[in-house]
Structures are given as structure tokens and as C-alpha cells.
Design a binder for this molecule. Structure first.
Ligand SMILES: O=C(O)CCC(=O)C(=O)O
Length: 222
């Protein structure tokens, strides 16, 4: 992603991140906060949600009929510990067959606003989304699938299958570490699993019809 746009978002978001850490109860484990990203520019930019190269990958994974249904930020701060390894979705397609192997129907795109390094990283178990959940967890616990630390520079993009096991590692960098997320899902899938912000009318009105068709978010009327 363009460095200047990412930096503008970081500068605009930082006070909200600070206020959130001071004023809220961690909701993703000790020292960890998820909050819905605002749609006010420059925190939001069409360059983030409609990046042509990312959308080319989304189309390969999900087909032409997809929508974005999450725009959020995971912040890990001082006091965070290793999360338990987990997946990022709430409802399998068929509750009675949670391990049924089907083509992807959602994909998560993360990008960093600030450098993400060894002191505040996120670890992913590659290919663990291909295994039944119990097997995947056992393989990670026995180190048969080693967790890989993902290091990101500002604007680097991480595209991941939400079924892949992962965990945030402790933040010992001395500053909060934000990781922005966009989730794209096939149009027919919905699980309301994360809180989302409302799109201001002015932002909505500035989008093209094609962009609006991809945005599944509440929109302000005035
Ligand atoms: O921000 C991170 O390090 C990962 C957070 C995460 O995976 C979660 O809270 O579900």
C-alpha cells in the first residue's frame, strides 16, 4: 500500500488507539483490543479496501460475488501475552460438519500501520486450514506445524485464510501495535462476527456504484 496513505491513517488513528487502550477493557485477551475502524478519511481510504492486486486475489479465492463485511483493527499493547492459537470465524458453513473441506468463502486481509517485528508479531501455522481443527491444534501443540512469525513493514499486506490457526505474540516493543483487517466474504455468507462502524453519508456518496456494491456496512442517512 502507498506509504503516504498508510502514514496518514496511522497519524489520524493514533489518538483513538491511545484513548481506546486507556478507556476500554481488553476484549481479545490481556493487553489486546479489537475495535471497529472508523470510515472517516484518512483512517479509511478506498486505496485500502479496493486495492486492485488484493481484489484480484480475493476474486481468485471467492469468485466475482464477494463483499467486504469487516473493517477493524487489532491492537496489542503492553501486558499482552501469547494468545491461544485460534481461527477467525464464528460459524462454519454447516454447523453439523464443521470440518467439511469446501472452497474458501471468506478471506482476511491485514495490513500494518507501523512496523511489526519480533517484539510484537503475529504467528501463523501455515496450511493448518487444510486440516480438521482438532488435528491442526494437535499438530501445532506438538510442533509438527511450527508457528511462523509474520513480520510486516508499514503498508505490507498479509492475506490469510481465517481458518489458518494463528496467535498474537506478546508486545514488548514499548508501543501499541495496530494491525488493520478487512474481511471479504462470498456474498451469500453472513455471520455478524465483529462489530463494524457506520459509513458516514459523505463517504458513501463519494464511492462509485461498483465500490458500494462491495461494501456490506451500515450507512448513515445524513
Ligand atoms: O493482533 C494480533 O496479534 C492477532 C490478533 C488476533 O488474531 C485476534 O485477536 O483474533
Amino acid at each position: 500500500l502507498d506509504a503516504a496513505i498508510v502514514e496518514a491513517a496511522r497519524v489520524a488513528l493514533w489518538p483513538a488507539i491511545d484513548a481506546h487502550i486507556r478507556g476500554s477493557v481488553p476484549n481479545r485477551g490481556p493487553g489486546r483490543f479489537f475495535f471497529p475502524m472508523p470510515f472517516e478519511p484518512p483512517c479509511f481510504s478506498t486505496a485500502f479496501m479496493f486495492n486492485p492486486e488484493v481484489l484480484a486475489v480475493v476474486r481468485i479465492m471467492l469468485g466475482e460475488r464477494y463483499v467486504a463485511d469487516q473493517w477493524g483493527c487489532d491492537v496489542c499493547a503492553e501486558g499482552s501475552a501469547h494468545q491461544g492459537v485460534h481461527v477467525d470465524y464464528r460459524r462454519p458453513l454447516f454447523e453439523e460438519l464443521p470440518d467439511l473441506r469446501v472452497p474458501a468463502y471468506m478471506i482476511v486481509v491485514n495490513f500494518s500501520l507501523a512496523p511489526i517485528g519480533r517484539a510484537d508479531g503475529i504467528e501463523i501455522a501455515p496450511e493448518s486450514h487444510l486440516l480438521p481443527r482438532e488435528h491442526a491444534i494437535a499438530a501445532v501443540q506438538a510442533d509438527r506445524i511450527p508457528l511462523e512469525l509474520v513480520l510486516l513493514d508499514p503498508g505490507d499486506i498479509l492475506i490469510r485464510h481465517p481458518w489458518a490457526l494463528h496467535r498474537g505474540s506478546p508486545n514488548v516493543s514499548g508501543r501499541p501495535r495496530p494491525l488493520v483487517s478487512i474481511r471479504y466474504v462470498r456474498r451469500w455468507y453472513s455471520d455478524g462476527s465483529r462489530e463494524v462502524s457506520t459509513v458516514p453519508a459523505a463517504v458513501w456518496n463519494a464511492l462509485t456504484d461498483e465500490q458500494r456494491a462491495v461494501m456490506r456496512f451500515p450507512v448513515a442517512t445524513t
